[in-house]
Design a protein around this ligand. Structure first.
Ligand code: ADP
Ligand code: MG
Length: 260
């Protein structure tokens, strides 16, 4: 069964592109056929996170307008044959008329992929609306600060309003030391503020910034703690009940045990 998942957030810079690149790579490494679509028109950067920026010729508006073929627009990863990428335009802007065309395109592509994951712009503007119109499921990314959490809650409500029945939450950039010192809101507070189930929590890791800059998602370095967090999210997306990792910090994931 094929699924279209929109990766969204209220606030910018919370890690949507990072999440998209890592979950997509993890699913492809597990043997699934995955298409990642950058819907951040004008501010695209998923290409850089995937190390594919020099291979872009066409983008999704070209494909929707039939200005190119699927083969010309969709770039295949060199390492994982199951991982493909469709870029966003840099200089054009989205219009409401694009929404049904985007859905038509993803509906058609669904027959060839197990997962289509859309990296959205922040907020609830046109890129979000276009993606949500085509998506089966939404994953909201938030950092553990009150501004981001409150915006995530608004995005969850908007997603529901536009017909999304299944939304999940990823908390990214968790700094356990700051939570311990009381300098960062804890996960229970976040869960109580955002009324959607948690699908994963990713620690803050400077290795992620390096990995994005070099175009190699951190899941390719599976010894990293953050990589394991992304791989587990990918497994949960496939419906596997992933027990909480023994090597994860107890404080960070204690809520999972309590919820069982
Ligand atoms: N878990 C993390 N730990 C440390 N840095 C991160 C983490 N997740 C993302 N980042 C960094 O945060 C910045 C914003 O991430 P990005 O994925 O571009 O966010 P968004 O797409 O939501 O704007 C990037 O520099 C990225 O490398
Ligand atoms: Mg982004």
């Amino acid at each position: 069964m094929s699924e279209v998942i929109a990766i969204v957030s209220g606030k910018g810079g919370v890690g949507k592109t990072t999440v998209t690149a890592n979950i997509g790579t993890a699913l492809a490494a597990m043997g699934y056929k995955v298409l990642l679509i950058d819907a951040d028109v004008g501010l695209r950067n998923l290409d850089i996170a995937l190390g594919m920026q020099d291979r872009i010729v066409y983008h999704f508006l070209d494909l929707m307008d039939e200005a190119c073929s699927e083969k010309q627009a969709i770039i295949n990863d060199e390492k994982y044959t199951g991982l493909s990428f469709l870029a966003a335009p840099q200089c054009q802007s989205l219009e409401v008329k694009h929404f049904p065309l985007f859905k038509k395109m993803t509906d058609k592509l669904k027959t060839r992929y197990d997962y289509i994951i859309i990296d959205c712009p922040a907020g609830i503007d046109k890129g979000f609306l276009m993606a949500v119109n085509a998506a089966d499921k939404v994953i909201i990314v938030s950092t553990p600060d009150m501004l981001s959490v409150r915006d995530a809650d608004k995005v969850a409500a908007m997603s529901e309003k536009f017909g999304i029945e299944k939304s999940f939450l990823i908390i990214n950039k968790i700094n356990v030391d700051m939570i311990k010192k009381g300098d960062m809101i804890d996960i229970d507070t976040i869960i109580n503020t955002v009324a959607v189930p948690l699908i994963g929590a990713v620690p803050e890791d400077s290795g992620i910034i390096r990995s994005i800059n070099t175009g190699k998602p951190i899941v390719l370095l599976p010894k990293k703690h953050s990589a394991t967090a992304f791989i587990n999210i990918a497994k949960r997306i496939t419906g596997r009940k992933v027990p909480i990792m023994k090597d994860e910090k107890r404080g960070l994931f204690s809520f999972f045990r309590r919820k069982k």
